[in-house]
Design a protein around this ligand. Structure first.
Ligand code: MRU
Length: 338
């Protein structure tokens, strides 16, 4: 396979490495990923994360293995193991299904080609999203974002963060409120790091501060990503997104969701059909990771830890997909994919 480089994924001489996102921003450690089991674990531990990035990383591993001589029967079995690694982000399933379809003819060359195509497609989709999302941002806007939807979460410039980055690079002099995003702090650790690297002016806030800022008129718009968008426009994204959407509705702040078309799942009629991942209790009882472990809750505390929530379509101002910007009216007449 050709060498491929992104912020959190690297393929060199047919060996795949991923940047361990659990250790960011304190340490930049690249981990070699040479087996399906290790990739499943890396995805589950969120060492590689973000809907598009996990889909692409999984496909690159499958393709390198196909090229190294894994039989098609084994390839199919390994694809189904990876497909089930995390349940909510549909990009993983969509990307692997494309690879499986490609494998029907001229395996393994077709699989290698398809994995490379998916990699470059994600870069292209992100560029389109950035362009379209930027058109919704006005000069001097204060933009709030949640979780991490940037270069770490995709192999391109990102989705919601791609739009923010484009606005910054266009000289719009925006300011960004970065939600820390409990429990795993993708905002506090990853988005803050990316904003700093890109030189985008930002301030980190606790998730619970967003309402107060909106009440004070300090938020002009909210940009978030998605892990799965249902046919009626409801979408799943990092836990806390729904609360933000409700706040924007009350405070009449525009709320935009930015995602590639690989995040749309027309087999889900509404958000109720989207499976929601539940994660380990330790994530809520404290923090653990590259920054060490700190547990503050009673050891035997009862915990509920859904990793995502569903935002209903009626709270969304517009859906920014690579195929265009969709209004609530467009969604009602079923135009989601143009
Ligand atoms: O659990 P994570 O960190 O993988 O969750 C990521 C998100 O919720 C992102 O907003 C989403 O995947 C879009 S990334 C472009």
């Amino acid at each position: 396979m050709n060498d491929l480089h992104a912020l959190s994924v690297c393929l060199k001489n047919n060996d795949l490495s991923i940047l361990d996102q659990t250790q960011l921003p304190n340490k930049q450690e690249w981990l070699v990923c040479d087996s399906i089991d290790s990739m499943v674990l890396m995805i589950q531990k969120l060492q590689i994360r973000g809907a598009p990035a996990i889909g692409i990383a999984a496909c690159l591993l499958l393709a390198t293995r196909a090229e190294k001589g894994v039989t098609r029967e084994r390839f199919i079995a390994e694809a189904s193991l990876l497909r089930a690694a995390r349940p909510t982000a549909v990009n993983l399933m969509n990307n692997i299904d494309s690879l499986l379809e490609a494998s029907e003819k001229e395996y393994p060359v077709s699989v290698v080609k398809e994995a490379e195509r998916l990699f470059f497609e994600d870069i292209e989709l992100c560029d389109k999203l950035a362009e379209l999302g930027n058109s919704l941002i006005q000069p001097h806007n204060k933009v709030l974002t949640h979780c991490n939807t940037g270069g770490l979460a995709t192999v391109g410039v990102g989705t919601a963060i791609g739009a923010i980055r484009k606005a910054h690079e266009s000289g719009k002099q925006i300011q960004v409120w970065v939600d820390e995003t409990r429990p795993l702090l993708q905002g506090g650790r990853l988005t803050a790091w990316e904003m700093g690297e890109l030189g985008v002016p930002y301030q980190l806030i606790c998730d619970s501060m967003a309402g107060m800022l909106m009440a004070r008129g300090e938020v002009d718009c909210v940009f978030v990503g998605a892990d799965r968008i249902a046919a009626n426009g409801d979408f799943a994204n990092k836990i806390g997104t729904y609360s933000l959407a409700v706040l924007t509705h009350y405070h009449k702040v525009p709320f935009y969701v930015v995602a590639p078309s690989t995040t749309v799942d027309l087999t889900c009629k509404s958000g109720a059909d989207i499976p929601i991942e539940e994660r380990d209790s330790f994530e809520v009882k404290g923090v653990k990771g590259g920054f060490g472990a700190c547990v503050w809750a009673p050891e035997d505390a009862f915990v509920y830890n859904p990793a995502f929530d569903v935002t209903p379509a009626n709270l969304v101002t517009a859906w920014v997909l690579d195929t265009g910007i969709y209004s609530p009216e467009d969604i009602q007449i079923g135009k989601l994919l143009g």
